[in-house]
Design a protein around this ligand. Structure first.
Ligand SMILES: [Fe+2]
Ligand SMILES: [Fe+2]
Length: 273
């Protein structure tokens, strides 16, 4: 089972650029092209929030057009830039978005690896929150299927990244989240967005990660007073391969034109010298 993860697309409409610099719609189109050109296409794609830039209806309409080429099922999770109602209106065929209103939280049961999508959105705020109601849902879902290997997907990561300005707009309720995860044995991985770069940390014994954006990346600066800035480092997405007995193995794919691939070996099998 191969899962594609694309996050933080920040799609804008009408040819507008994010932060007046980034052609996020064009960069998502290139990301989708790249993913569909892989020798192994994902079976499904998870979009882990900040789907559009300002939560506007016209941005969701643009997102819908950009995702239309995907032949595989895809799943949408809100981030702090999203609007739950407009997201639901733009994707009326996605019944899962209404599975646990008012939140956009749902269980994906159609694959050997079960996926629980969490909603960390707080309308009008940049930081995220997992309140008692959302955590109770997670606990109940995990309690209902203790023997099914499970991936948890959400926008705000449940760990400190030490990129100071991003931690300030991090996740409230992460200790309580870790308590819930620690009570269950079947969680294989926690995949997140929000950070616009690949980062890994352990949460209640489980590997948790963030994924690069197909557009702009957050500047790598671990100073506590790091200014809030982005850089146009190579855009990317991730592939999470789940194999029974192995667990989840994750790869980062970079989007762009790169030289190669070149062979390591000569035609006779000797190493190229
Ligand atoms: Fe973002
Ligand atoms: Fe975000």
């Amino acid at each position: 089972m191969l899962i594609g993860q694309i996050t933080d697309m920040h799609v804008k409409a009408g040819g507008r650029l994010a932060y007046r610099r980034v052609d996020t719609a064009g960069m998502l189109a290139r990301c989708i092209d790249h993913m569909l050109g892989l020798r192994q296409r994902p079976d499904l794609v998870l979009f882990t929030g900040d789907l559009v830039d300002f939560g506007r209806a016209e941005e969701y309409a643009m997102l819908r057009r950009l995702l239309a080429p995907l032949p595989m099922p895809f799943y949408l999770i809100p981030g702090n830039h999203d609007d739950r109602d407009r997201l639901r209106e733009a994707f009326p065929g996605h019944a899962c978005l209404r599975q646990s209103e008012p939140f956009v939280q749902y269980a994906i049961e159609d694959w050997p690896l079960r996926i629980l999508a969490l909603d960390t959105l707080v309308p009008g705020e940049v930081r995220g929150r997992l309140c008692a109601q959302r955590l109770a849902w997670l606990d109940a879902q995990l309690s209902a299927a203790p023997d099914r290997p499970t991936m948890v997907a959400m926008h705000h990561p449940p760990f400190q990244t030490f990129i100071g300005h991003m931690d300030e707009v991090g996740l409230e309720g992460r200790d309580e989240f870790a308590e819930v995860i620690g009570r269950h044995r079947q969680v294989e991985r926690i995949v997140c967005g929000h950070l616009h770069r690949p980062i890994e940390a352990r949460v209640a014994g489980v590997v948790a990660s963030t994924c690069p954006s197909p557009a702009h990346q957050v500047a790598l600066d671990l100073a506590p007073d790091a200014p809030s800035r982005f850089v146009m480092e190579p855009p990317g997405f991730q592939l999470h391969l789940w194999n029974p007995g192995t667990g989840v193995v994750s790869h980062t794919a970079f989007i762009g034109e790169f030289a190669g691939p070149y062979p390591f070996f000569e035609a006779d099998g000797s190493l190229v010298d």
